[in-house]
Ligand binder design. Structure first.
Ligand SMILES: Cc1cc2nc3c(=O)[nH]c(=O)nc-3n(C[C@H](O)[C@H](O)[C@H](O)COP(=O)(O)OP(=O)(O)OC[C@H]3O[C@@H](n4cnc5c(N)ncnc54)[C@H](O)[C@@H]3O)c2cc1C
Length: 415
């Protein structure tokens, strides 16, 4: 595949952009692959990429029932941070954040990583103590964060109202190298690189059942026919429960809709990401000028990938306290995605009761930021058949053994 470069843009400009190649191929399925990955979201594609790059395994199919990146990966609000409390979480999220730093160069695809800084507001005494504790934990984990004063918050975010009616801003947990990236570009960049390695991305192809023999996986049935495989990796976010059922096991996970919206575009007014977890709202400004706004998950289980009026009202009402200017904005678009939430708000990366079958899910409201780290760890698990250092703590067995990785403070509401 031809490299993207300034020279390529100049060459194509001269010939009216008629020479660009397709970014990824649309092959017919083969009868058998070494590895079948279900789900062409960020996590499935990143797993495939690192299987090829780190382990030389390229006889891989990534099977997607819709279009690649059309699940949560293309619906999220793109916050990237690694300021988690527990050591295993900080390790995998920081690995991911550091991979984002060089992702555009590694993939030869501009993912628009913007390390503009992420701020989590402390608006109660309890939150101050919680975030100070996280800042201390992060210092020990090698993650650069600090607890900052309200004055510093105001310096960084001039449009903020520090003395809101219910919850004044009392400080914030600040991660200066957190930020955002273009979500579609992450999926597209990985897809292009995987296709370039000869992997098959099979879109509009739904997995409908999992075949097994003697306790091991042998293949999957899809809407495009039977496909055999030596190993199966399931990375389907909110559909994890369905795939697990097909493979004959259950997961300690719930599926709920998470919604977000964007405002009309306005002039640049905020160049950091702000999260206000007490009032359930967060906001950043996209490169187009839209204010990107999100809140908490729906309070009931569902599979509808769309928005609802109550969410607009709840989220905007919460944010208006801290950002009065929001009250004068028109909202432009609203949508939803189905997120997969575990009891301890940490992901599952591990072996399953079915032989040669591996699962990666439960990233809930915060798995965009982890895509490269998760793919790195999952590729190691699939290639070696055993978890490595990054994923060892996240196995399914932790729910039986009571080894929870409690991130309800860092991930319960936050993204
Ligand atoms: C509104 C919203 C805001 C969010 N904000 C943030 C944020 O700011 N920061 C952050 O870090 N995270 C955020 N998230 C969470 C993040 O988007 C997800 O954790 C992450 O994208 C999950 O990626 P994935 O690859 O696991 O899943 P997905 O991108 O959902 O991919 C899974 C794919 O599997 C496919 N699939 C399902 N079943 C089958 C089947 N039977 N056969 C074939 N294919 C199948 C689906 O079609 C889908 O494309 C947000 C999520 C939402 C919905």
């Amino acid at each position: 595949m031809r490299r993207y470069s300034a020279f390529a843009i100049a060459r194509e400009a001269a010939r009216y952009h008629t020479g660009w190649e397709r970014a990824w191929a649309a092959p017919e399925p083969k009868a058998e692959y070494d590895v079948v990955i279900v789900g062409a979201g960020g996590h499935g594609l990143a797993t495939a990429f690192y299987l090829g790059k780190n382990y030389g395994i390229t006889n891989v199919a990534i099977i997607e029932k819709g279009w690649l990146g059309g699940g949560n990966t293309g619906r999220n609000t793109t916050i990237i941070r690694s300021n988690y409390l527990q050591d295993p979480s900080a390790a995998i999220y920081e690995k991911a954040r550091s991979l984002y730093e060089t992702m555009s160069q590694d993939l030869n695809y501009n993912v628009m990583f913007s390390p503009r800084g992420v701020m989590m507001l402390a608006q109660t005494e309890h939150e101050i103590r919680g975030y100070q504790r996280t800042a201390h934990a992060n210092a020990l984990q090698g993650v650069t964060t600090e607890f900052i004063s309200p004055e510093r918050v105001k310096e960084l975010v001039p449009i903020i109202e520090l003395k809101g009616p219910r919850f004044p801003v009392l400080g914030a947990l600040w991660q200066p190298r957190g930020g955002t990236a273009r979500h579609d570009a992450v999926a597209w960049g990985y897809a292009r690189a995987c296709s370039d390695m000869g992997m098959h991305i099979l879109q509009k192809c739904e997995v409908t059942s999992v075949q097994q023999e003697g306790g091991n996986v042998t293949g999957v049935t899809t809407t495009k026919g039977e496909i055999k495989c030596k190993k199966l990796a399931i990375l389907v976010a909110g559909n994890s429960g369905h795939l697990a059922e097909m493979a004959g096991f259950r997961l300690p996970m719930e599926s709920v809709a998470l919604q977000a919206m964007v405002s009309e575009p306005i002039k640049p007014c905020m160049d950091v990401v702000v999260m206000a977890n007490t009032v359930h709202g967060y906001m950043s400004q996209s490169d187009k000028g839209e204010m990107v706004i999100g809140g908490g998950t729906d309070g009931f289980n569902n599979y509808t990938q769309r928005g609802s009026f109550h969410h607009i009202e709840e989220t905007v009402r919460a944010l208006v306290e801290t950002f009065p200017m929001v009250s004068r904005l028109k909202m432009l678009r609203q949508w939803g995605g189905i997120v997969d939430v575990t009891g301890d708000r940490s992901p599952i990366i591990g072996k399953t009761p079915l032989g040669n079958t591996f699962i990666n899910g439960g990233w809930g409201t915060g798995g965009f930021k982890s895509i490269p780290g998760s793919g790195w760890a999952m590729a190691e698990l699939v290639a070696k058949g055993e978890p490595g250092e990054l994923s060892a703590a996240f196995g399914l067995d932790r729910f039986k053994e009571g080894r929870f990785i409690d991130e309800s403070v860092a991930a319960g509401v936050a993204h």
